[in-house]
Design a protein. Structure first.
Length: 375
């Protein structure tokens, strides 16, 4: 009954962990900021409803939002995209889907990070492409090694996926690495998909968009992380007009247009700079708390990553990641097994600190209690 392409993919490992979790557990597996959306965004939705702004919008998205994003991309990212070179999508998730559906042919290769965001490989498979993993190593601070990428390029390579700041590692890639990867993509006439959803959540380092120095880049971003708007499902992509037209065809038929009121909310959110400052300020404090707590556990290696809201810590001294994560749920704390993000996640656990300081302390306390019982 099932189509071949869905037999190739499975339900996300993260969802499975949530299903195991009972009422009383502390959740350190959350992939979304625990902040309410900006007040301006709420007000924009109420206003949109009062105006009956509840119909289809232009397929590409409301022009005011695309114009505001074109300005933002130019000013903050150095990406020269006009409003016509932007599509508003249903989250960054849809933007990634459009990029893969529009450009990957059967059997063509896509370089994706390992460990990397859970959706990349299934989305490549849905497009009937083939994932080729480039490793990210603890020893390198989870920054890609250019030689690893070069070695994996071939005449079959259609696309490279880059994600800085990274989920699950939090690593913020330096400019020279991003430039070098953009050059490799150009040399092989491959597309570079740059997933920048954590761009605003940076504590050390600087966000660099490859779209600032290369034309064959599809820049993917969204409002889920920067403005805590996960449930409103607004993302966007920008690319040169020829690339954009192909992705627009897919978007038109699978989505038509994004929720009209949510687009208004996104436009209002862009104007609320203090929101990001406050959120990142609080996340910065939590980051120090969790790094200190995890760093104090014997035989655990912790990487001080510059961005996102995750710590990807090496627990290999305590056994198999999936087993450990399952045991921890029973001990009252949900974390994500590193293997949910690829084979090189073995030995690692991902901790999200997008939760209260109290939960962080209690959750890591439960983890310590479990480990001490084992020693
Ligand atoms: C790296 C990365 N890209 C994309 C997404 C999808 O975000 P959205 O809610 O905008 O679809 C996520 C969400 O966790 C993510 O971590």
């Amino acid at each position: 009954m099932r189509a071949y392409r869905v037999t190739e993919i499975d339900i996300s490992g993260i969802r499975k962990m949530f299903e195991l979790a009972g009422e009383d557990v502390i959740n350190l597996a959350i992939g979304e900021p625990d902040f309410p959306i900006p007040e301006e965004a709420k007000e924009a939705i109420y206003q949109a409803l009062r105006e009956d702004f509840t119909h289809y919008t232009s397929n590409k998205g409301i022009i005011e939002l695309r114009e505001a994003l074109a300005e933002k991309l130019k000013k903050e990212n150095g990406v020269d995209a006009g409003a016509e070179e932007i599509i508003i999508t249903s989250g960054a998730s849809e933007a990634l889907h459009l990029a893969f559906q529009a450009f990957i042919n059967n059997g063509e290769e896509v370089l994706i990070p390992n460990p990397g965001f859970v959706s990349y490989d299934p989305l490549v498979k849905l497009a009937q492409g083939k994932s080729v993993y480039y490793p990210l190593r603890f020893e390198d601070g989870f920054i890609p090694d250019i030689e690893d990428i070069k070695k994996r390029m071939s005449s079959k390579t259609k696309m490279i996926v880059l994600n800085s700041p990274s989920n699950p590692t939090g690593a913020v890639y330096p400019e020279e690495i991003i430039k070098a990867i953009a050059e490799i993509a150009e040399d092989y006439n491959a597309l570079l998909v740059s997933d920048e959803v954590y761009e605003k959540i940076i504590y050390e380092g600087e966000h660099i968009s490859p779209g600032a120095f290369s034309d064959n880049v599809i820049t993917v971003n969204g409002f889920s992380k920067s403005y805590a708007m996960t449930g409103l499902r607004v993302g966007y992509l920008s690319a040169g007009d020829e690339l954009l037209e192909e992705m627009l065809k897919v978007h038109q038929y699978i989505q038509a247009s994004v929720n009209s009121t949510a687009q208004r909310a996104a436009l209002a959110a862009l104007g609320s700079k203090r929101f990001i400052e406050n959120m990142v300020g609080e996340l910065r404090e939590r980051r120090e708390i969790i790094l200190k707590l995890l760093g104090g556990i014997e035989r655990v290696r912790v990487n001080r990553a510059g961005g996102a809201f995750y710590v990807f810590a090496d627990f290999s001294a305590y056994g198999d990641s999936q087993y450990l994560a399952t045991e921890l749920v029973r001990a009252g704390v949900v974390v994500t097994s590193g293997t949910a993000f690829g084979s090189l996640g073995e030995g690692f656990l991902r901790f999200s600190y997008a939760t209260s300081r109290g939960n962080i302390k209690e959750g890591v306390g439960k983890l310590k209690g479990y480990l001490e019982d084992k020693i």
